[in-house]
Design a binder for this molecule. Sequence first.
Ligand code: ATP
Ligand code: MG
Length: 248
Amino acid sequence: MITLTNVRKQFGRDIAVKDVSLHVDRGEIYGIIGASGAGKSTVLRLMNLLETPDSGTVEIDGSVLTSLSTRQLREKRHVIGMIFQQFNLVANKTVYDNVVAPLKLAGRPRATHKERVLECLRFVGLESFKDKYPAQLSGGQKQRVAIARALANEPHVLLCDEPTSSLDPNTTAEVLDVLKSINERLGVTIVIVTHEMDVIKQVCDRVTVMADGSVYETMDLVPSGVPVIDNNPSWFVDQLKKAGETDA
Ligand SMILES: Nc1ncnc2c1ncn2[C@@H]1O[C@H](COP(=O)(O)OP(=O)(O)OP(=O)(O)O)[C@@H](O)[C@H]1O
Ligand SMILES: [Mg+2]
């Protein structure tokens, strides 16, 4: 589904990505983990050519992106969704207007917009929030709107850069549940860049560990599953008591 072959990217004198080759299979949830500055985000941005490689090739969903024209690349990007740590919602647009934006960009027929936007918002459980503005939402809700926006054009791939790194553990579980059902119910291939070990262990089928701009190791995993979300205050009390026991 995604193949990077001998990809390299340099910023000034800094080589962010050195000769990286990796392959993501269709339908898997693939993790990329490593220390800050290891080149994780750059590799993810190379997958949809938000960064152009200095050398090497990028193939995604049957197209060699590095040999497409600007116009062909713009078309292809419609089937590659992306979400970010800081959500990147447009602050002065409602939830509805944020999610409809990619449909307009892709030139989808106007008559189909409303139904598609509501369908995507329903998928992430936020249909009733359509007239709210981003500032009126919690972090987890903002990320779910960003996911709905990324789903609008029916992507085959979803690239996620630190999707849960600004969220508390329960909200993280909520967002991971949504990503998992996008993978299972919609068959979307997902790549998650994160520095959070638990995220990788819970949902990823495979992981690449990056160090210093290179692939250090790639391994198969058996995902342990997303923990059950519990917002009951007694859950917090129980966790604190358990933590006390471990320390004792
Ligand atoms: N646009 C850019 N201009 C200049 N240097 C950059 C740019 N993007 C990344 N770099 C450099 O490339 C290297 C890899 O950065 P990258 O953002 O890919 O790392 P990362 O693994 O995602 O780190 P983090 O965990 O902190 O997000 C770093 O040294 C960074 O400073
Ligand atoms: Mg990063």
